[in-house]
Design a protein around this ligand. Structure first.
Ligand SMILES: Cc1cc2nc3c(=O)[nH]c(=O)nc-3n(C[C@H](O)[C@H](O)[C@H](O)COP(=O)(O)OP(=O)(O)OC[C@H]3O[C@@H](n4cnc5c(N)ncnc54)[C@H](O)[C@@H]3O)c2cc1C
Length: 405
């Protein structure tokens, strides 16, 4: 079978799905390739947990910023989310390892909320529901095995012999991107020697919409993000050895560690039922380019950053907005995969991506060393920024995705 479209998106994570919706809304024909074979898709469904467990709080959550919120609203996905499961973040407290402290709040930033905590399952269910009604998105299941580029089009060959041709192929296939490797785009890769442990807890005291973060050399970065009600979601980026220990402990022991840390703000923490804990190895992936002939990379295929700022997905949503803009605003004589269009996309994303890579990598390294002068300097730095309202507003503005703050 041969499927012809304007845009072929490889990868059905949240970033690939929202890109499909955005391009379809712009009037383009889209093919969205998912690696699942129909067989594994249905066996996956069969393996879904029973309803009560499915309604439990997902341990994969994202702090969604204003750029992402605007994009999701524009494709009618934000309205389709289960709003009762979203928690606004009204303030954020960052603690260093020697009395360094930095506090942000929505009031100081002159916005209604800094960000929203959204579960992965809530987001993907809303995206899937929207895709069912997107008449010009063709969902294809299969495994891509070859990518060929000509002057007129790109063509993706699937394992079952089918081909997908399009003016533009979009790699939305995550950090280990197959599309990126097919284009021979080189990349820097550096493991952080840390794993992110995620789980959810009930807290004794109300969190008042506050996100808390603690940085230290020995323990890494601990973030407690607000969930609706008196509940919080943990993202603990722990050095590998500590991550091993944490993974062997019970969730009650993990809750006791967190209670000791956050007693003043949140009181005693207890694991949410059913108990779930997951862990993710952390690394930096920095491709040397995010475009090639008739190919654009978006999301983690284009950049993998440390989750300490909670911005990987947000960067991906901004890629989607930038790519749609470059394609939609192209001159009439240019097609979707025209080199000039792709160069505009790459240019428009350069500063944002570089800044986020620099900031997250810099912070991870700064708080990854026990060197005493650096320990003093980083805590002084936090306190200094805390006392400079203009700089603080700029930082918040950037985190929210606005360059005009
Ligand atoms: C612990 C943790 C916490 C995080 N917290 C936040 C946060 O608070 N805020 C935030 O903005 N970001 C956060 N992130 C980052 C965020 O999770 C990622 O940036 C985001 O999920 C990337 O989405 P993606 O769609 O680009 O990639 P993925 O989610 O990796 O999706 C890629 C998709 O491509 C498919 N695929 C792969 N290979 C192929 C192929 N060959 N053919 C077809 N399909 C293929 C895969 O099946 C998958 O569905 C966090 C990350 C971690 C690890």
């Amino acid at each position: 079978m041969h499927i012809q479209s304007d845009v072929c998106i490889i990868g059905d994570g949240a970033i690939g799905k929202v890109a499909a919706l955005g391009f379809a809304q712009a009037g383009l024909k889209v093919a969205l390739l998912s690696p699942l074979s129909p067989l594994s898709a249905s066996s996956n469904k069969a393996a879904q947990p029973p309803t009560s467990v499915a309604e439990a709080w997902d341990v994969r959550v994202y702090a969604v910023n204003h750029v992402a919120h605007n994009l999701l609203s524009s494709v009618k996905v934000w309205e389709a989310l289960d709003t009762g499961r979203i928690a606004p973040v009204d303030s954020m407290m960052v603690n260093g390892d020697a009395a360094g402290e930095l506090a942000f709040d929505a009031y100081g930033a002159r916005v209604g909320t800094l960000a929203w905590i959204v579960e992965d399952r809530n987001l993907n269910q809303a995206l899937d529901a929207a895709l069912k009604f997107a008449s010009n998105v063709r969902a294809v299941n299969g495994r891509a095995v070859d990518l060929k580029i000509s002057d007129q089009a790109a063509s993706v060959q699937l394992e079952n012999g089918d081909t997908l041709s399009a003016e533009l192929v979009i790699g939305a296939d995550g950090g280990q991107s197959w599309v990126r490797s097919q284009c021979n785009i080189d990349f820097d890769y550096r493991p952080y020697g840390q794993r992110a442990i995620v789980s959810n807890f009930a807290c004794e005291k109300p969190h008042h919409g506050a996100a808390h973060q603690w940085f230290s050399v020995a323990e890494g970065v601990i973030a407690l993000l607000p969930l609706p009600g008196n509940q919080v979601s943990l993202v603990w980026s722990a050095p590998d050895a500590l991550a091993d220990t944490l993974s062997q402990e019970s969730l009650t022991q993990l809750a006791a560690r967190l209670s000791a840390l956050a007693a003043t703000e949140l009181g005693t923490l207890t694991p949410l039922q059913p108990e779930v804990v997951k862990s993710f190895p952390l690394s930096l992936i920095r491709p040397h380019a995010i475009t090639a002939a008739r190919v654009a990379l978006i999301g983690d295929a284009a950049h993998v950053v440390h989750p300490l700022a909670g911005h990987g997905m947000n960067l991906g949503f901004a890629d989607v907005a930038g790519l749609i803009k470059a394609v939609v605003e192209r001159e009439e004589h240019r097609d979707c995969g025209d080199a000039r269009v792709l160069a505009r996309y790459a240019r428009s994303r350069k500063e944002d991506i570089l800044l986020m890579q620099f900031a997250t990598d810099g912070l991870a390294r700064l708080f990854g060393t026990a060197f005493e002068p650096l320990r003093i300097a980083r805590n002084l730095g936090l306190n200094l920024v805390n006392k400079l309202p203009v700089l603080k507003r700029r930082l918040i503005g950037h985190a929210m995705g606005s360059k005009n703050q």
